[in-house]
Design a protein around this ligand. Structure first.
Ligand code: AMP
Length: 283
């Protein structure tokens, strides 16, 4: 496994592999890898001749009062995980090289970034779309794998790739959860034991809504109330947003059906966690 930090070297390596007829599967991450990331890497291993993992804590997708400085990092452990998943190249650029003085270009995806995380984190998806566009170009990705855990992010990247005619296939992968239902996240490491327990309210809310939906309830307001009640039972939790929307357009709706997304962001103490589920599908 090769570790490359230099952007030019990464791009030249990728271009020369492409000239040899190789395809590149790409998994972009912010590191502190867990089983969710590993699932993307294992699928990526099957999807391309060369598997590239990027680890980059992207400063432009963090708000002023967010956790850029405290974001967990463990490069050695990440490299062991990457190696075990069959990664060929770990790309670890640094911020100064990604955003040199004079940098002034951004990618904005419009309507899809207005609700949900886009509303709570202004500018976040501009930062995500911009860095992913740069990374696609640097690593010459043919296939890129993203988790459905970040449902809106996946929708934004798909839209960007289509709108900008990027020659990359964007694949969405299932959410990987702990045995008790908590969606895996690098940010789970921030949780105190009590908050870790309290964080179960996110997946519990999703399960309760799925049960009501399976029992025939279709009113989005009623289903939303079921989820709100589940979160309200947890004293350590405060809701950032909790919404049912069309899974494709992310537009609000009155009547739920298969393909409706229930997405939520909840804070446990200082830690903001997100989760979601598509109605009519397994959690
Ligand atoms: P991050 O390092 O948090 O930016 O995530 C990198 C990629 O891993 C994104 O495509 C995420 O959606 C994906 N990911 C993070 N957590 C999970 C999870 N629990 N299950 C599946 N994919 C995940």
């Amino acid at each position: 496994m090769n570790i490359i930090s230099n952007i030019e070297e990464m791009q030249q390596t990728a271009l020369s592999l492409k000239r040899q007829g190789k395809t590149v599967a790409f998994v972009p991450t912010m590191g502190y890898l867990h089983e969710g990331h590993a699932s993307l890497l294992r699928e990526g291993r099957k999807r391309g001749d060369i598997l590239v993992l990027s680890i980059f804590v992207n400063p432009i997708q963090f708000g002023k009062n967010e956790d850029l400085d405290s974001y967990p990092r463990d490069r050695e452990r990440d490299c062991r995980t990457a190696e075990a998943c069959g990664v060929d190249i770990v790309f670890t650029p640094d911020s100064a090289a990604m955003y040199p003085p004079g940098f002034q270009t951004g990618v904005t995806v419009r309507e899809l970034t207005l609700p949900l995380c886009g509303a709570s984190r202004p500018g976040h998806f501009d930062g995500v779309a911009t860095v992913v566009a740069k990374l696609f170009s640097i690593v010459q990705a043919d296939v890129a794998l993203f988790g459905r855990k970040d449902y809106q992010q996946l929708a934004v990247i798909r839209r960007m790739a289509a709108d900008l005619n990027l020659p990359v296939q964007v694949l969405g992968m299932p959410i990987i959860r702990e045995a008790d239902g908590l969606a895996m996240s690098s940010r789970n490491s921030y949780l105190s034991p009590a908050e870790r327990q309290g964080a179960l309210c996110l997946s519990r809310a999703l399960v309760r809504v799925k049960e009501r939906y399976a029992a025939g309830e279709r009113s989005a307001d009623t289903l939303k109330d079921v989820a709100l009640a589940a979160i309200a039972q947890e004293p350590l939790a405060t809701i950032d947003y909790l919404e049912l929307r069309d899974g494709a357009t992310l537009e609000p709706l009155q009547t739920a059906d298969n393909g409706t997304i229930l997405a939520l962001a909840v804070k446990l103490g200082q830690t903001r966690l997100i989760d979601n589920t598509l109605l009519g599908e397994e959690l």
